[in-house]
Design a protein around this ligand. Structure first.
Ligand SMILES: *[C@@H]1O[C@H](CO)[C@@H](O)[C@H](O)[C@H]1NC(C)=O
Ligand SMILES: *[C@@H]1O[C@H](CO)[C@@H](O)[C@H](O)[C@H]1NC(C)=O
Length: 388
């Protein structure tokens, strides 16, 4: 037996055929076929076809990314939670006391520490980073390519600004790398290629087993007392990630506490590979700052938006309009007009909209506060940027 619904629709087809079937002339016939088709549709179908469907298509075109991000909790479960290592620090507690608080022992002498970064154009962040870490770093290792991850030619920005970094010169291992300029390739391939070259540069810099190696982006800055603790204590994990406070545009906009990509390794020759993804479950709490898009000039923002691995997020050219970028910065809004990348509806909804302003400049890198005039754009209340 056929279901009822099938019968009734079959029936209406027959009626239409009876009424219209009399037409013989071919031209009239096709016209009347169209009329018959339209007769078959009621108002609701019309509204659906000509209002709802086009609205959805336009909506998906402009907001598709938002829709997929919003529905992310449905198709992706959160990664395995980290095992947090509580972090103890006060300037008046001795190093022996600090190691003990973490369940570690103090060493007779500190480990050597290597800080290795791939450099793009973050001149201010590199200055803050190196000034913060300077007392404890054996060798600063920096590699820059003449290609962005997205395969665009780029100047050697470090070379151009090298005179600003005279203070590290005796401890600097600097390398350059020619880009491969493969069109249409996934940016993560070029990024991986540059990280392999950084491994080689580290060996040239003289890294040895059990030296500490910091793997992080330039704008992921460990606090100096964190690195001092790790170099002085025995019994630390072979690899641990650093939990950093996440800031956007400046230290005025702290959006969460969940930066974890930076990591510290006890180097093992032939085994340690420079990486920027999850490598262990250990996460040392409150270990520094991650300041994304913390640039001085609007032109730096435009460069970074085009250069970094998620350049597919620049879906409309007006995203690169300087006036829009300035407004976005001052409002703590999103440069790509995207939703927060989170795994639960609670987190997505909680973080939607602009980041609230923060008026705290407590516990920031010392060099920043000691040179506040020069780095005013990174401090609360100074969102206006020059064009550059
Ligand atoms: C830290 O130590 C110094 C010198 O021992 C002492 O003068 C100061 O009061 C201490 N500060 C705190 C907050 O305990
Ligand atoms: C990039 O650097 C390589 C190696 O120094 C060089 O051969 C190449 O011409 C450079 N390309 C651009 C676009 O600057």
């Amino acid at each position: 037996m056929m279901p009822d619904g099938y019968y009734s629709s079959k029936k209406s087809d027959d009626i239409c055929e009876d009424v219209c079937g009399e037409q013989m002339n071919r031209g009239v016939l096709s016209m009347s076929r169209l009329r018959c088709m339209l007769q078959g549709l009621d108002l609701r179908t019309f509204v659906f076809m000509f209002v709802i469907v086009p609205t959805c298509i336009v909506g998906i075109y402009f907001h598709g990314q938002k829709i997929t991000y919003f529905l992310r909790p449905l198709w992706q479960s959160p990664p395995k939670p980290f095992t947090y290592i509580p972090h103890y620090y006060h300037e008046n507690v001795s190093m022996e006391g600090l190691c003990k608080l973490h369940g570690w022992d103090i060493r007779e002498s500190p480990r050597r520490v290597f800080d290795a970064v791939l450099f793009s154009n973050e001149v201010d962040m590199l200055t803050l980073r190196w000034k913060e870490l300077y007392p404890y770093i054996t060798q600063f290792v920096l590699l820059e390519s003449n290609s962005t991850f997205t395969g665009l030619p780029k100047p050697h920005f470090f070379e151009i600004n090298r005179d600003k970094f005279k203070f590290v010169e005796p401890r600097l291992t600097y390398g350059t790398l020619g880009g491969r300029f493969k069109k249409g390739e996934n940016p993560f391939v070029e990024e991986a290629y540059q990280r392999v070259a950084l491994d080689q540069l580290l060996r040239i810099a003289g890294i040895e087993d059990d030296d500490l190696l910091i793997m992080s982006d330039v704008d992921e800055i460990p606090s100096s007392h964190t690195i001092n603790l790790l170099r002085w204590c025995d019994g630390i994990p072979d690899i641990l990630h650093l939990q950093l406070k996440n800031y956007l545009y400046s230290f005025e906009f702290q959006f969460d506490y969940n930066s974890w990509r930076a990591s510290v390794h006890r180097y093992q020759r032939g085994k340690t590979r420079y990486a920027h993804y999850r490598q262990t479950d250990f996460l040392l709490a409150d270990a520094g700052w991650h300041c994304s898009f913390c640039f001085r000039y609007i032109s730096d923002f435009v460069f970074k938006m085009k250069a970094y691995s998620h350049n597919d997020r620049v879906r409309f050219s007006h995203y690169l309009n300087p006036k829009r970028i300035q407004d976005v910065i001052c409002n703590g809004a999103d440069l790509y007009d995207m939703l927060p990348e989170e795994y639960t509806f609670k987190d997505i909804i909680g973080k939607m909209g602009s980041i609230p302003h923060s008026y705290s400049a407590v516990h920031l890198p010392a060099y920043l506060l000691n040179n506040a005039d020069k780095y005013r754009h990174l401090l609360p209340g100074n969102c206006r940027r020059d064009g550059g």
